[in-house]
Design a protein around this ligand. Sequence first.
Ligand SMILES: Nc1ncnc2c1ncn2[C@@H]1O[C@H](COP(=O)(O)OP(=O)(O)OP(=O)(O)O)[C@@H](O)[C@H]1O
Ligand SMILES: [Mg+2]
Length: 414
Amino acid sequence: MYEVELGTTEYRSQTRVVGMKKSDRFRHTYMIGKTGVGKTTLYQNMVLQDINAGRGVCFVDPHGEAIDYILQHIPKNRIEDVVLFDPSNLDFPVGLNLLEWKDESDKDFLVSEAIQIFYKIFDPEQTGVIGPQFEHWMRNAALTVMADPEGGTLLEIPKLFVDKNFEMHKRKFLKDPIVQEFWEKQMAKTADFHRSEMLNYFSSKFGRFMTNNMMKNIIGQKKSSFNISEIIDGEKILLVNLSKGKVGEVNAQMLGLILMTKLQLAILQRAHVPNEDRRPFYLYVDEFQNLLTDTFISMLSESRKYGLSVHLTNQYIAQLPENIRNAILGNVGTLITFQIGAVDADFLKKEMQPLNDNDLQNVPLRNYYIKTIIDGTPYEPFMAKGFAPAPRIEKNDYSEIIRTVSELRFGRIA
Ligand SMILES: Nc1ncnc2c1ncn2[C@@H]1O[C@H](COP(=O)(O)OP(=O)(O)OP(=O)(O)O)[C@@H](O)[C@H]1O
Ligand SMILES: [Mg+2]
């Protein structure tokens, strides 16, 4: 009866399975708990159930260990479905272009998201490091590189402001009168010293990606190596390894934000697909707070109707910006709280009534409270315990084959 099992609970001295039905999963799941309590383990367990059942999933892993585990347990019949995005694999860089578009209307969405991504990385508190001037240049420059029928990338943007030939080449393709006017009227009047000021500004943001070979080989490719719409509609398995240790924190965040923006666009494009043809897709984002833009989170309620089930987790909620907290708590059907600290317990007790702060702070290790819905009806929270990770069985471990197959299909040899 359950589509996915989350663990067991003791009820009247009997052990019962805790799970979620399919329709309830599209009301999304949020999980919270201190370090080491078992959050990632619970999600990796659910992901493997989804994979075993043939569903389409994406798992975003900020450390890499969960992906290693998942790969070791993927069944043989799904080997070919796996797309492994591992930026630290320098021999096979996978292309990822944020500015790729299909319909005219995608462009504005992508440009707004690109701006949000820069805010999120370089000015998360919105202190003015990035401001309306940057937005204006960035918007016009991005639309200019995107006008090229061959495609354009984020990394071409700074070049527009220093290389006149390049600027003129890109401008040939422009049809948008507002962007044309930006170049003809505003930029033409901009003195050289002002241009170099702009360039410095862009270089300080983009420079680190342009001088880093790994990033250049990924976000500098005009054509992405895989098509996220095909992954979603074809119910494939996208595993995203953003191991900060190997990739670097800012790079990992940039890649995560780009991927999630592309995924969101692919989901929104399903508005054109008849309801019954929207295959369900299950997204898991571990330590989501740096990897999703505000737009993504505020669209949780809509993603349900496009067949996207979202699972988020992180260690703390009280420090997240208020709009994000509200969007999460207002839009998740299932809330899972492992052991949490005093501030979060105080914050979440309203949601978890009749439990109090004390209950929420004193959950035994690997146990959690779950407040969920069954057939759309909310239930009072109760305690449960997740399943232990399964041991690796050598003869069933296809991880090396999966890595090789994915490299050959999606990685371009550098
Ligand atoms: N139900 C369980 N039974 C046995 N071992 C478990 C269980 N859940 C988790 N573990 C083990 O506990 C350790 C920590 O779990 P996990 O990595 O899932 O924690 P986490 O909440 O994601 O922590 P962090 O916030 O630091 O990422 C792991 O070694 C994991 O294998
Ligand atoms: Mg974890």
